[in-house]
Ligand binder design. Structure first.
Ligand SMILES: [Zn+2]
Length: 483
């Protein structure tokens, strides 16, 4: 978890633009947002993405993806944007772009890629969304309604954001593009790949992989994010194949080894060190604490906070690190906020840890709020345990909030504290081998069907000597997070 900040109100950065010619498509379009504001949106949302998802802690991998991305962006129609490419610490198969040239790819999708050219096709596609100003256009259409991202907001002025946790804050960033936008981004991505002499036939297999991952997971709870915003992968793969062959380009750069070297050792699947739910109990080995949420509440473990929403969606529990180091300083700063009326403060330790509590009201807003907060000392930091709701219903949640806050305690089980995530490991086959023998000789800590999916293999297939084979090692017994 990162210390979270109160986000700047992006709405303020957005003034009215006008009609402009799109550099990538050459068409005139109505845009309420000028380029300066477009860049400002991305620049201001970037820290929120990092705080919410976290970055993969692998400097070489980050540098590699940034290098590939920048080389493509440099040959795009908008080379002068502040292009930034980041690998976010998310197991979901996803990639997305913010206006202004901020592009994110998950470690989840990277594990499924087989070559640098495939990576280039994913990044090129996202670059295409930016150069063609797709999300900015969409924002224009939506008239920039409620553009405050709201991530880490201490007290939302209204509680509508509680409606759907999955959408909290980041919803705006996963706007569905139109089919035309998608086709255009596919074409632009292919254009940038061609300019960098990548092998264009590597683009279509990425969509076939996405389709396979989607089908494999459609019965489960894990929904690959990219698929939800990028529909109909099969038809688009066919179209990309046709487009690629129409260019007549051949023998382009594939870069299998480069990509595999970069992703070898990357964390695969849910990283239990970042916290996971065991029923309603959140266990956080990385920060050595656990806390139990009320049963029946919707919960979400984000990188910078853990949330619980009441079944009636009229009360919220939020655990974050306070910016201050001690409970006393954190309480003073939080309870001293303008607009907030403190009704009482007191000291009461939580499982032996020093803690400062406070009750407060926020009376002068459209929806008057009431709440209770506890600041607990743990690991040299102050943890803020905040509960609040509408002032007319908050009372019925008071005891649930107190039980929740008082369940916060240090994690001491050495098995949990030492838990490690599964990681991707690439092996080279010394000889030709059928899939069945491969999975026996190189056992993985994930099911065979998942190994097959990672390697795009079906039972009965034989892999030639020298082929690269992806295995998943370690992390046995690591919990499956419901997501
Ligand atoms: Zn797209």
């Amino acid at each position: 978890m990162l210390r979270n900040a109160i986000p700047p109100l992006l709405v303020a950065a957005l003034a009215v633009g006008g009609c402009s010619v799109n550099p990538a498509t050459g068409t005139r379009q109505l845009a309420l947002i000028g380029e300066d504001q477009e860049v400002a949106i991305g620049r201001e949302a970037d820290p929120e993405i990092i705080a919410s998802m976290g970055l993969v802690e692998d400097d070489e991998l980050q540098a590699y993806v940034d290098r590939v991305g920048r080389s493509l962006a440099a040959v795009s129609e908008r080379p002068d944007l502040p292009w930034t490419f980041r690998v976010v610490d998310d197991p979901v198969v996803n990639a997305f772009a913010l206006p202004g040239g901020y592009i994110y790819i998950t470690r989840g999708i990277l594990a499924h890629l087989d070559s640098e050219a495939e990576l280039a096709s994913v990044l090129g596609h996202e670059i295409g969304h930016v150069t063609a100003r797709h999300s900015v256009n969409q924002m224009s259409k939506q008239q920039l309604m409620g553009l405050g991202l709201g991530i880490g907001m201490v007290l939302a002025p209204e509680m509508q954001s509680l409606g759907n946790l999955a959408q909290t804050g980041l919803g705006l960033l996963f706007l569905k593009y139109s089919r035309d936008d998608e086709r255009q981004a596919d074409e632009l991505g292919l254009r940038y790949m061609e300019r960098r002499e990548y092998e264009l036939t590597e683009a279509a297999p990425v969509f076939r992989m996405l389709e396979a991952v989607s089908q494999a997971e459609s019965g489960g709870q894990r929904v690959p994010g990219w698929l939800s915003t990028h529909p109909d992968p099969g038809a688009r793969a066919d179209r990309l194949d046709r487009l690629a062959s129409a260019t007549g380009a051949s023998d382009g750069r594939v870069g299998e080894q480069e990509l595999l070297d970069a992703i070898d050792g990357v964390v695969y699947g849910v990283d239990p060190r970042q916290g996971y739910f065991d029923g309603s109990l959140l266990v956080h080995p990385g920060l050595a604490f656990q806390i139990r949420f009320p049963g029946g509440w919707q919960t979400a473990n984000q990188r910078s906070r853990v949330l619980g929403v009441s079944p009636e969606q009229d009360a919220l529990l939020e655990l974050t690190l306070a910016p201050e180091d001690t409970p006393e300083a954190a309480a003073k700063s939080f309870l001293g906020q303008e607009g907030l009326t403190v009704t009482r403060t007191w000291r009461k330790s939580v499982h032996g840890a020093r803690a400062v509590w406070g009750s407060f009201e926020v009376p002068n807003t459209e929806t008057p709020l009431a709440g209770r907060v506890a600041f607990v000392a743990h690991g040299g930091s102050a943890y803020r345990l905040l509960g609040y709701g509408r002032d007319n219903t908050w009372l019925k949640y008071l005891s649930a909030m107190e039980r929740w806050a008082e369940s916060f305690q240090e994690l001491t089980d050495p098995n949990l504290l030492g838990i490690q995530p599964p990681r991707l490991e690439i092996v080279r086959l010394p000889q030709e081998m059928p899939f069945e023998e491969l999975v026996d000789r190189y056992p993985s800590s994930v099911p065979k069907r998942e190994v097959a999916l990672l390697n795009r293999l079906s039972p009965g297939v034989r892999l030639p000597a020298g082929s690269a084979f992806k295995t998943v090692v370690g992390g046995v017994g690591a919990p499956e997070e419901d997501r």
